[in-house]
Design a protein around this ligand. Structure first.
Ligand code: SAM
Length: 237
């Protein structure tokens, strides 16, 4: 087989949510990389793989996820160069990522850099279960039905991200990266009459998981790994 890079989604946290294809791909790879904040720190994706398949060896790539743009670009370049070394050595390389590799993931930045270094590299992805799907399942929430719509937004810069989706009462809203702004998000939903029914999930499938009504959890900031699911407005009759 020609050397290749595959981004593998490992789901949101529960090792049982790793797909059969993800496990098979990781076993077939000759090198499995995982993102981490520091060389001596086990990242979330690595701990999920450790629990599901402890025999799979993982090599860490340090990413400056919360640092400035320049530090992030430098870290991505160093990671892409390490991956390229392995591709040049003829290896099948996998890179694990939380949830799905095509949704708010570092993987495509990394893939772009690898492509710049080796235009001929074959790059693919294996989908992963996303946090909001786990949140819907755990809370027994139907996300969308019939002609209802779904907005997936990031609230990393605050609740302004909700303005457009809230204009559509028949749309479900999934809010990622909003932990820091939880009280403001709840306030905005309350004003729009959408707070009742909004579900909050923090550290889903991981130690310390919290799950329940957003109204109850929104008395302070939440974690980075937190998701909110606001179902569409539906007739009760
Ligand atoms: C960088 S994005 C990763 C998204 C991921 N690629 C996906 O497909 O779900 C990180 C955001 O995903 C959500 N998230 C991921 N895992 C989660 C978990 N275990 N519990 C709650 N939210 C989670 C949170 O909103 C978090 O801020």
């Amino acid at each position: 087989m020609a050397p290749s890079l595959v981004g593998v989604g490992v789901g949101p946290g529960d090792p049982e949510l790793l797909t059969v294809r993800a496990i098979r791909t990781l076993r077939e790879a000759e090198r499995v990389f995982s993102p981490t904040m520091a060389e001596d720190s086990v990242g979330r994706a690595e701990s999920i793989v450790r629990e599901a398949a402890p025999d799979i060896a993982v090599e860490r790539l340090v990413f400056a996820i919360l640092a400035d743009d320049e530090a992030r670009a430098t870290a991505h370049r160093a990671a892409a160069e390490r991956i390229t070394e392995c591709l040049d050595a003829g290896e099948q390389v996998a890179f694990i990522t939380l949830g799905d590799p095509n949704v708010y993931s570092t993987f495509h930045h990394l893939a772009d850099m690898v492509r710049q270094l080796r235009a001929e590299a074959e790059i693919t992805t294996v989908p992963g279960i996303m946090a909001f799907q786990d949140l819907a399942a755990r809370s027994g929430t139907v996300v969308v039905d019939g002609s209802e719509r779904l907005h997936l937004v990031t609230a990393v810069d605050g609740p302004g991200a909700l303005d457009t989706p809230l204009a559509d009462p028949d749309a479900a809203i999934v809010i990622y990266k909003g932990g820091r702004h939880l009280p403001q998000i709840a306030e905005k939903l309350e004003t729009a009459g959408r707070l009742d029914g909004a579900i909050y999930g923090e550290l889903l499938g991981l130690p310390g998981q919290r799950l329940g009504s957003l109204r109850v959890s929104a008395d302070g900031p939440g974690a980075y790994l937190a998701a909110v699911l606001v179902p569409p407005t539906r007739d009760q009759g």
